[in-house]
Design a protein around this ligand. Structure first.
Ligand code: SF4
Length: 296
């Protein structure tokens, strides 16, 4: 059952991280307006199952007044409102409290902060740590999002295994994967990370795209009201989800005769590359173009 919606408030970001799923960047287009947030929240209320709404990106603090109003509107609707951020704005714990206090007054329930070497190298304390200190002082629920740079360890049977927690989709598939050890593509016969049959949360962007996984779309909430979109979602009949449920990226490539490499780093790299090849054929299911590294 769908319980959470993550608004990609903007694709714009302070950074251009190699491991970003959505190609976030300082010049990325695609930011929600307040009118769009109001409309989406109204639609979610009609659904009756949503418990929590998150604002993320990109970097949502880049559009602070819109973020603040979004949190307030979500809280007024009775949703738990959370934010996912890289914490770039937290130049000291005291300053971070100044950023967070109005959000708390608006009803912020939780703050998730990316604090890892991929964002901040060895910087101590990182801005993310300042943000966490301030959020705790204000009584906001906090969590850290920590992804280590990929490295090569030893897997089952002594074969090389990639560690670190990066999933190789989006920019990570293009920038990080090429230097890492691969495994035969036949091993990737299921989606290991998303519950595509019965999603518990989706991401929504300013173009109206409702993402089951980044770039894999349930539909468009500007064309079809959210409740209708969710009620009409038939995973087995979805042209991309159906094959993924039957046999992962391997089945997806086979179903549409997509030419592909014989080995990949992980299921997500295989899936991402097959989906990218199918974009022109299924534009309603695979987008927006910028999440596949193409100009909007
Ligand atoms: S296998 Fe595909 S659908 Fe599943 S998490 Fe990876 S990229 Fe997403």
């Amino acid at each position: 059952m769908l319980k959470g919606v993550h608004f990609l408030l903007t694709y714009k970001c302070t950074s251009r991280c190699d491991h970003c799923f959505v190609f976030g960047a300082p010049d990325a287009p695609g930011t929600f307006t307040l009118a769009q947030i109001r409309r989406a929240l109204d639609d979610l209320t009609g659904l009756g199952t949503i418990e929590g709404v998150f604002f993320e990106g990109g970097e949502p603090f880049l559009f602070y007044p819109i973020l603040l109003e979004g949190v307030s509107l979500a809280a007024q609707k009775g949703f738990k409102a959370g934010i996912v951020t890289n914490g770039y704005w937290a130049t000291s714990p005291e300053d971070a409290e100044a950023w967070l206090a109005p959000l708390c007054q608006a009803g912020l329930s939780s703050l998730c902060v990316s604090d890892d070497p991929l964002h901040y190298g060895e910087q101590e304390p990182s801005p993310a740590q300042n943000a966490l200190v301030a959020a705790r002082a204000l009584g906001v629920g906090v969590s850290e999002l920590r992804t280590e740079p990929p490295s090569v360890g030893q897997g089952e049977g002594g074969e090389p295994a990639v560690t670190g927690g990066v999933m190789f989709r989006g920019r990570a598939a293009e920038t990080l994967a090429p230097s890492l050890p691969t495994r035969p593509c036949g091993r990737f016969a299921e989606c290991p990370h998303e519950n595509l049959a019965d999603p518990g949360r989706v991401h929504a962007d300013a173009y109206g795209n409702v993402h089951l996984c980044q770039g894999l779309l349930m539909g468009n909430m500007w064309r079809t009201p959210f409740a209708e979109l969710v009620a009409g979602y038939d995973p087995d009949a979805h042209p991309i989800v159906g094959p993924l449920l039957r046999g992962g990226p391997t089945a997806l490539a086979e179903q549409y005769g997509v030419a592909h490499a014989v080995e990949y780093v992980d299921a997500c790299q295989f899936c991402y590359e097959v989906r990218r090849a199918l974009r022109d054929r299924f534009p309603e299911c695979l987008g927006p173009p910028q999440v596949y590294g193409a100009p909007e």
